[in-house]
Design a protein around this ligand. Structure first.
Ligand code: ADP
Ligand code: MG
Length: 392
């Protein structure tokens, strides 16, 4: 997707106000009628309509008159709201080139006010299989409908919370800087995904590092669930260090399928080293550590250290059990829809981001400009308390 943030500079306060009003209206409207945009934005009469025309021209909103006349945000519109919020906090001064297209995200290089280069991950969960996801409403309890906005926001909230907690516990992950809506801002790695390397100098050591990481994560109460050559970054500067990325799928070791998911992560790495690197893991005098980490041992360690366990710490992050259930349903659908591998999935269709995003009622509070002023609003209005990473 082309993210032309120049437009962002030219949008007026009023136009952003109206864009935010559309977002707020989408909490309980699939399409937000002009009158509602008008009253939420509180602009003098005609003001909202004029702004909507500008927003429409820049493809920040989509207009539809099929069921009834109304507007909704496009992907680009949502991107703008998030980028603007992060800009207002001084974390972004400009957006540069796109550095990655994941299965469920677009990654951009951004510059901070201090001139530091950061990575901005814009989550696109539900982009490719939204219709299928809708059929899984049962997972959502009282939430009658949900959308890519909601799912992508949950994915970002979870990713930020996990990245931050993992970093604080000494795991090699990017530094979590901030998040807003579906966007996560993190340090830029001078690294390439393992999958891009044809050759490893010390495959045995790299393999052992992967296994040790999987074990350490589980011993802290977590299974990555997407631990593979696409999400392990190797420093360009050399050295054996691996950095782990991509956390929206993580689960607690207490999850009903945790063991299976853990073994799947291990198998992914074994397969990659065996088939692609040409290193067949085997016990020899130089191998340091277990060939395959034991889930039982890690689980025992996690239970013994319950007070310190990450998934417990994460419960305080605002990411809750019902969030996890919604995300799991979405990821299950995504998997079922036949997209695998992390690369080259592309746009899923509509360049303008207007194609498959579908309905969007049931959005949670997203206090934008004019309310909390921060556009944060995670975890409120939740009827049920739960644990991060856990479900079932
Ligand atoms: P997805 O969930 O869509 O797979 P990822 O978080 O795995 O998204 O990111 C997709 C790609 O973007 C990665 O494979 C990597 O090449 C690049 N990338 C992601 N985060 C960073 C980062 N912090 N620094 C540098 N490159 C990154
Ligand atoms: Mg990835």
């Amino acid at each position: 997707m082309k993210l032309d943030v120049n437009v962002l500079r030219y949008l007026s306060r009023e136009e952003f106000r109206v864009l935010t009003a559309v977002e707020m209206g989408q909490k309980n409207h699939e399409l937000v009628p002009v009158q509602l945009v008008d009253s939420i934005s509180g602009l003098k009469h005609g003001g909202a309509f004029r702004c909507l025309k500008t927003l429409l021209r820049h493809k920040l909103v989509h207009h539809e008159a099929s069921k009834y006349d109304g507007y909704r945000l496009t992907t680009l519109g949502y991107d703008f709201l998030a980028i603007r919020a992060l800009t207002a906090r001084g974390h972004i001064s400009s957006v540069g080139r796109q550095i990655g297209v994941g299965k469920e995200s677009d990654i951009f290089e951004v510059l901070t006010d201090e001139g530091e280069v950061l990575a901005l991950k814009l989550h696109r969960l539900g982009r490719t299989s939204f219709r299928a996801v809708k059929s899984k409403r049962d997972y959502l309890g009282k939430r009658s409908s949900f959308s890519w906005l909601y799912l992508s926001r949950l994915a970002a909230l979870k990713e930020y919370a996990f990245m931050k907690a993992l970093g604080e516990h000494g795991f090699p992950v990017p530094r979590a800087v901030d998040h807003n809506r579906h966007a996560v801002l993190m340090s830029m790695l001078d690294a390439a995904p393992l999958v891009q390397l044809r050759h490893l100098d010390r495959p045995r050591a790299a393999y052992a590092t992967c296994m040790a990481l999987l074990y350490r994560l589980a011993a802290k109460g977590l299974v990555h669930c997407d631990f593979n050559e696409f999400n392990l970054m190797v420093s360009r500067a050399g050295g054996e260090g691996l950095t782990v990325i991509d956390f929206p799928q993580m689960v607690s070791v207490g999850h009903a399928n945790a063991r299976e998911l853990f073994e799947r992560d291990v198998d992914c790495i074994v397969r990659f080293f065996t088939k692609k690197i040409g290193y067949v893991p085997q016990e020899d005098e130089e191998f340091d550590g277990p060939l395959r980490p034991s889930f039982e041992a890690a689980l025992a360690e996690a239970s013994a250290a319950a007070g310190d366990a990450l998934d417990v710490a994460l419960a305080a992050s605002g990411f809750k059990r019902q969030h996890q259930a919604a995300l799991e349903a979405a990821f299950a659908e995504q998997e079922g829809s036949g997209s695998d591998g992390d690369e080259g999935e592309g746009e899923g269709g509509s360049g303008s981001g207007e194609g498959e995003e579908g309905e969007s009622g049931g959005e949670e509070e997203e206090g934008g400009e004019g309310s909390s002023g921060e556009g944060e609003g995670e975890g409120e209005e939740e009827e049920e308390e739960g644990e991060a990473g856990g479900s079932g």
